[in-house]
Design a protein around this ligand. Structure first.
Ligand SMILES: C[S@@+](CC[C@H](N)C(=O)[O-])C[C@H]1O[C@@H](n2cnc3c(N)ncnc32)[C@H](O)[C@@H]1O
Length: 260
């Protein structure tokens, strides 16, 4: 007997007990903006990388109080680190203490994380690599300043430190408050054709807006194939048309309009 899908679809499981427990009972208590759905998908993607034999450090620009960062940190393998980059001055300098306290409270030990208080505008790739233990990165979440120039610059910095199989995740790509981020992304993709969108992660609310996942073009199929199975309950069937490239769209409510 076939069962009808239910909506909203279930949140994907990351597959690490501490990570899923954090999503279930810690995530909402950490002040932040990223959606829980995106955190679950990104944590699960990190586990997919591990299953594919991909290892290495990860980083986030715009760590704020650690909401998304902690979820990613729980998906690391032993010996891997997450580098958290932020100005840590907004809305006040105590945000750094709150970040450290949140990581500790939610079980992300100091040996798994590197806190870097810096301006991504002046961040040098070699300094980031040094903080990441000298290894190229497998995963990078960009959630810093939401302007066209800043996104272009952060993308350039991230791409310079990524392993060939690395994934770059961009925050707030279809946020109504930041329409120029899409312009920056399209121009950057034109100049960097070895990169392409792998998936669009749907919004939860107007502030927990969509994220885009990018990968190198020669890794697209290798990620897409297992993702079609892993995220089958969350795939919006029509996909995203980046003319001519198509990528996955993942969401919690993937129903199509009932057209007669
Ligand atoms: C929207 S918040 C990030 C939310 C967080 N990732 C979450 O999911 O809860 C944006 C963060 O980017 C940081 N930021 C803005 N411009 C930056 C820059 N030039 N360098 C580093 N961090 C920056 C801000 O300090 C702020 O904490």
């Amino acid at each position: 007997m076939s069962t009808m899908p239910t909506y909203p679809a279930p949140l994907p499981k990351i597959g690490v007990a501490a990570a899923d427990a954090y999503l279930a009972s810690g995530y909402d208590s950490v002040v932040g903006m990223s959606s829980k759905f995106a955190a679950a998908v990104c944590g699960r993607l990190m586990r997919l990388q591990t299953a594919m034999g991909i290892s290495g450090p990860i980083a986030e620009i715009g760590t704020f109080e650690g909401r998304f960062f902690i979820a990613l940190g729980h998906a690391l393998e032993p010996g891997e680190v997450a580098v958290g980059i932020d100005l840590f001055d907004w809305p006040n300098p105590q945000v750094l203490d709150r970040f450290e306290a949140n990581c500790t409270r939610h079980g992300l030990p100091t040996e798994r994380r590197v806190t870097w208080k810096t301006d991504s505008r002046s961040m040098r790739p070699e300094d980031l690599l040094a903080r990441a233990g000298g290894k190229k990165l497998r995963f990078f979440h960009i959630d810093g300043e939401h302007t066209r120039d800043a996104l272009t610059r952060d993308l350039e910095r991230a791409a310079a430190v990524m392993a060939p199989e690395g994934l770059i995740v961009l925050d707030d790509m279809l946020h109504p408050g930041y329409p120029t981020l899409m312009v920056a992304l399209h121009l950057w993709l034109e100049k960097n054709p070895e990169w392409c969108p792998l998936a669009v992660l749907d919004r939860e609310t107007i502030v927990a807006a969509p994220k885009f996942v990018l990968c190198r073009r020669d890794w697209f199929k290798r990620y897409e194939e297992p993702m079609l199975d892993i995220f089958k309950a969350n795939i919006w069937p029509l996909g995203a048309d980046f003319e001519p490239h198509w990528c996955l769209v993942l969401g919690l409510d993937t129903r199509l309009a009932a057209i007669e």
